[in-house]
Write a protein that binds this ligand. Structure first.
Ligand SMILES: Nc1nc2c(ncn2[C@@H]2O[C@H](COP(=O)(O)OP(=O)(O)OP(=O)(O)O)[C@@H](O)[C@H]2O)c(=O)[nH]1
Ligand SMILES: [Mg+2]
Length: 285
């Protein structure tokens, strides 16, 4: 695979980052969402820095697409570091109660202050942050029980920060996804593209598909059985796998099987979580 430096930081992210700096002072809690399939690459050091000492909860979203055993190790890792973290499926799990109970210790100082002034508990003002496409708007809709925020499986759906008053417990600030300004490794850029957090044309699909395939061969050799009928890919070369996918799905270039279309389809099915529960990153000690 060709080594290349990826620099992708659209102007609206720069603006969003500046806005966030102001909002941070006014919120009680920050909910940082990352993707459970790649909890390291999908956390942005820029946001980490920005949050400083503010109470923070890390949410490993799309856990229904990740390998359960790996996600559990990530949760243990955070617990050991004293970081409050939870994993879940923002489309299905009941985040109203999950968020209320998990955030309780984090908002204890706010509650204590209200009690001191004889005030009723006020809704928690939480800012939802993360890189693009991790499910920030989906979480807000989940908690509100309605389609308050726009959602879509591509990077950059939310373009501006928006307060959404949901219920008596929470007022949430939806924010646009912000990518890191640069990537320490090519692998991180690949992972972000595979999660759909980067625009599709930033990295060549063929490179993405090859990188994904190498990972599948090593860690999930049977993952293409259900969707494409390919039993075990551990000893196959990439071209043969693409050829097989093209044949099974009838993907043609003229009258020849199209490796390019097969590569695109493989990446798309991964992004959509159709290949089963696959994690891209293990905890490294
Ligand atoms: N399987 C699965 N899909 C999810 C989950 N959460 C969100 N999605 C899907 O992921 C895609 C992105 O969700 P959004 O809520 O728009 O993500 P976002 O973080 O607001 O994205 P931007 O506004 O672009 O930064 C949508 O297709 C959602 O349906 C989850 O927990 N599991
Ligand atoms: Mg959004």
């Amino acid at each position: 695979m060709k080594q290349q430096n990826v620099h992708y930081f659209p102007g609206h992210m720069q603006k969003a980052l500046r806005e966030m700096q102001n909002y941070i002072k006014t919120v009680d809690l920050i909910v940082e969402i990352c993707d459970a399939r790649a909890p390291k690459s999908s956390r942005n050091p820029l946001l980490d820095e920005l949050c400083g000492n503010k109470s923070r909860l890390i949410l490993l979203g799309k856990s229904d697409c990740a390998d359960d055993a790996v996600t559990k190790k990530w949760l243990d890792f955070y617990k050991e570091k004293g970081v409050v973290a939870v994993a879940g499926n923002m489309k299905k799990d009941r985040f109203v109660s999950i968020l209320s109970s998990v955030s309780e210790p984090l908002v204890a100082p706010k509650r204590a202050k209200e009690a001191r002034f004889g005030m009723k508990p006020q809704p928690i003002r939480a800012m939802i942050i993360g890189i693009p496409n991790v499910g920030k708007s989906t979480l807000i809709n989940n908690i509100g029980g309605k389609k308050a925020a726009k959602v879509g499986n591509k990077a950059g759906v939310t373009r501006a920060a928006q307060w959404i008053k949901l219920n008596k417990d929470f007022t949430l600030l939806d924010t646009p996804g912000i990518l890191p300004m640069n990537y320490p490794t090519q692998e991180q850029a690949m992972h972000l593209a595979l999660l759909g957090s980067m625009r599709e044309d930033v990295l060549p699909t063929q490179d993405l598909a090859s990188s994904l395939l190498s990972h599948l061969k090593e860690s999930y050799p049977y993952s293409l059985k259900e969707r494409f009928g390919i039993e075990d890919i551990s000893n196959m070369n990439n071209d043969d796998v693409f050829l097989e996918i093209a044949n099974v799905r009838g993907l043609l270039d003229g009258n020849r099987p199209s490796m390019e279309k097969a590569a695109y389809l493989l990446v798309k099915e991964f992004k959509d979580g159709l290949l089963g529960r696959i994690s891209l990153e293990e905890v490294q000690c």
